[in-house]
Ligand binder design. Structure first.
Ligand code: SF4
Length: 372
């Protein structure tokens, strides 16, 4: 039987001397359902645009159009990254971009129109088609999408993503990190997660920890994700992402969550979400804690690129895949490549669009044969 919300509150708040036991229980649950295999997706990161109408207090990715470092990738830029990724055996094309720039910036609307598109979703659709033509499976994280935009993008995406971050409306109050970020309204994010379920889209979401939320609010957020998954069965992966304080942001001076705090949250997530859920923690944001995160119950490291940087966290290099494999082996795990859509969903035509099935089958065969 699933643990209750109150169980979750109790677990995440367990005394420090019970932390080892919490991790042990979570690790054993992961072992029972997932074995000692931890996965990653070999990807390229395509930051289609870093223009964003929101202003989250911790973000260094977003820019205004005239700021130094603002960009929108041209179709040629996209083709170039696809070409380099293809040569290095990457299989996932991650489209990651700011939220609704066309609503805020006329210059960006002009750029889109020069490329022959009216909306970002249309342009991303074209970028996904280009990726599929090069043999990639696209995964798009473009912030809040409407139901119609998700319908447009489903045929050209193996999966979509949106971090729930947290269900607490408190984080949008004055002085809190989402005050100037209308797209971080939890009701809006929950609406998109629900509609993705109704549309049969394999979906990656997660929580962001250390941005001013309480432990109980983390549990509330995990329960909200669990309830959506119980209804629609579409949540393929839950990311437990830790806040990193970055120079130049309004939260530069905030304390980052420490290793134990991250591990207790991962373990609580494993126990609340159950043994079958895929739980990820980003290895580049926790470079010294890979073994601790494995002990706490993760079974995935997310996307790792041998070609492109993590544009959202450019200061945090992805680990070399061979080095990560060695760490996993030392901890008693084997590192295994996966696709942008998890194995459970690949053979389900209600989730994986027909046009992507041949691509997924080929890439799955490449993984089995060890083709890079
Ligand atoms: S975190 Fe995302 S939504 Fe917030 S400002 Fe950065 S790019 Fe925009």
């Amino acid at each position: 039987m699933a643990l209750s919300r109150e169980d979750g509150y109790r677990l995440i708040d367990c005394p420090d001397q019970e932390l080892d036991s919490l991790l042990d229980t979570a690790g054993k649950l992961r072992d029972r359902f997932k074995g000692r295999i931890v996965t990653y997706s070999r990807k390229i990161f395509l930051p289609v645009t870093n223009l964003c109408r929101d202003r989250c207090s911790y973000c260094t990715f977003r820019k205004d159009p005239n700021e130094p470092g603002a960009w929108t990738m041209t179709p040629d830029d996209i083709a170039d990254v696809l070409g380099r990724g293809s040569e290095r055996g990457c299989k996932e094309a991650l489209m990651c971009l700011g939220d609704k720039p066309e609503l805020a910036f006329p210059q960006y609307r002009d750029t889109l129109s020069r490329f022959g598109h009216r909306t970002t979703a249309e342009y991303v659709h074209r970028a996904c088609e280009m990726a599929i033509e090069r043999g990639f499976l696209p995964h798009t994280n473009a912030g809040i999408l409407t139901r119609d935009e998700m319908k447009l993008l489903k045929p050209v995406n193996a999966s979509l993503g949106l971090m729930l971050e947290n269900v607490s409306p408190r984080l949008s109050l004055k002085g809190m990190p989402h005050f100037s970020a209308p797209d971080k309204d939890p009701a809006v994010r929950l609406r998109m997660l629900r509609e993705a379920g109704e549309l049969g889209i394999a979906f990656t979401t997660g929580i962001l920890i250390g941005i001013g939320e309480t432990r109980q609010e983390r549990v509330d957020s995990l329960i909200a994700i669990r309830e959506l998954h119980e209804t629609y069965g579409h949540i393929q992966e839950v990311i437990i992402q830790n806040f990193r304080a970055k120079p130049g942001t309004r939260m530069a001076g905030f304390a980052e969550p420490d290793s134990a705090e991250i591990a207790r949250t991962v373990a609580t997530a494993r126990l609340l979400l159950g043994g079958t859920m895929n739980i990820q923690a980003p290895p580049n944001l926790n470079p010294h804690d890979h073994k601790l995160l494995l002990a706490a119950g993760i079974n995935d490291w997310g996307g790792i690129s041998p070609v492109t940087q993590d544009y959202v966290n450019p200061e945090a290099a992805w680990p070399h895949i061979d080095a990560l494999a060695t760490t996993c082996r030392e901890a008693g795990f084997s590192l295994s490549e996966r696709l942008a859509i998890y194995e459970d969903y690949i053979d389900r035509p209600d989730f994986l669009p027909a046009g992507l099935q041949p691509v997924a089958s080929k890439l799955r065969a490449d993984i089995l044969e060890g083709v890079l």
